[in-house]
Design a protein around this ligand. Structure first.
Ligand SMILES: [Zn+2]
Length: 404
């Protein structure tokens, strides 16, 4: 290992022998006691030296025997250390592509804040390149979202939609003005390609043979249709439910932006659960839904450009968190934001006992974020326990059950 104190965390001395790593309550930690010599030694942990060289430097600085190893171990335990050469063969391959990696450096630094083991950030970033995601819907939300995921390093993004680009589909970061009249799906795929920091790695021998249905790690449902955003049709998600494919809803309806739920089939509330719960609360709900669905389609629906972009960004962040092996807060919940107050709030999407998905009574504990392990420090503490990052049991990036 070539240890490196995570450069993403700003360092500051709270007093003569206490160091604070990081500024924000979500990720900052304090460490102490740290004497001046050890403080100077921290400067050497920048990823350019291996253990042997570090021990030599320690002797030169008159640090006691074994001190260097104890410091490195302590920092690693506290989650403050990265390994400039770690992350495995895929990470090494990515390090070999300097231009691609340079594009993704801020994302790598950000990943270092939410991973604890040295080398994990690079491992996660490299793993994104092998993931496959589908985006259903290429309007103001879907096309931007697909571009964001591509730009963040997700290797393969397939966009599905019909028809041709209309002038009102155009959005910065999404479908460009010059594509009006072109096929919507093809244009969105072009957006994805242009946003990508590099070509995805070639698929290995495990690639499914031509003609079989390869699986997606995640499907994002981002309909242009406002009714489908407000009340997602369980029938439209049937294939996702039966194949056990995780899926995330996102869109804009009237003046409200929606992100969620992230559905982990059979474990968290799905479109069917949402419909059943709404029907329980409001007997007129099915009647209203039937009217909304059969009503005449308006050609242009309300969709504030900034709201659509906000939804695309937040939904992409939830998707990435999931693809990186975490369970974001949209699992079993919808985040909603309405104009003009623009306050985010969350509405739970409880698993419903009458829904055939079978999530009711299952998975609640497993997928409650924020109750994971505490981060340890040498003899220190994070400034805010409640804002501690949402650590969870490790799940390989992009996996959730089988890739189906
Ligand atoms: Zn359900």
């Amino acid at each position: 290992m070539h240890p490196m104190v995570k450069p993403a965390l700003r360092r500051g001395w709270r007093d003569l022998n206490t160091v604070q790593f990081g500024m924000t309550p979500a990720h900052a930690l304090t460490l102490g006691p740290v004497d001046t010599a050890t403080g100077s030694f921290l400067e050497l942990l920048n990823g350019t030296r291996g253990p042997t060289l570090l021990r030599e430097e320690g002797r030169r600085m008159d640090l006691p025997d074994g001190h260097v190893d104890r410091v490195v171990e302590g920092l690693a335990r506290a989650g403050l250390l990265d390994d400039s050469r770690g992350g495995g063969p895929d990470a090494d391959a990515l390090r070999g592509k300097k231009e691609v990696l340079d594009r993704l450096r801020p994302d790598l630094a950000s990943l270092s804040l939410t991973t604890s083991e040295p080398g994990d950030a690079m491992r996660h970033l490299a793993a994104r390149r092998a993931l496959r995601v589908r985006v259903r819907g290429a309007g103001r939300v879907g096309a931007v979202l697909a571009g964001l995921l591509s730009g963040a390093g997700v290797g393969e993004i397939d966009v599905l939609d019909g028809g041709r680009v209309e002038p009102w589909d155009v959005a910065p970061g999404g479908l460009p003005a010059e594509s009006v009249g072109d096929r919507r799906d093809e244009t969105a795929r072009r957006v994805v390609r242009r946003a990508a920091p590099g070509r995805p790695p070639r698929r290995g021998p495990t690639t499914p043979p031509e003609g079989s249905t390869p699986g997606f790690s995640l499907v994002i449902v981002a309909p242009r249709d406002d009714v489908a955003v407000h009340t997602p049709d369980p029938a439209a998600a049937e294939s996702l439910m039966t194949s056990g494919t995780p899926h995330l809803y996102a869109g804009v309806v009237e003046g409200t932006g929606v992100v969620g739920p992230l559905v982990l089939p059979g474990e968290t509330g799905c479109a069917g659960c949402l419909h059943a719960d709404r029907t329980d609360r409001d007997p007129a709900w099915p009647r209203l839904v039937a009217q909304w669905r059969s009503g005449r389609q308006r050609q242009v629906r309300a969709c504030d450009l900034t709201l659509a972009t906000t939804v695309a960004g937040l939904a992409a962040a939830h998707a990435l968190a999931f693809l990186d092996g975490r369970t974001p807060s949209s699992a079993g919940a919808r985040w909603e934001i309405s104009l003009p107050g623009l306050r985010w709030h969350t509405r739970p999407v409880e698993a419903h006992p009458a829904c055939p998905c079978g999530a009711a009574g299952k998975g609640k504990q497993e997928h409650t974020p924020g109750d994971g392990e505490r981060r340890e420090t040498m003899a220190g503490q994070g400034p805010s326990a409640e804002a501690r990052h949402e650590a969870e049991p490790p799940r390989p990036a992009g996996t959730w059950r089988a890739h189906v």
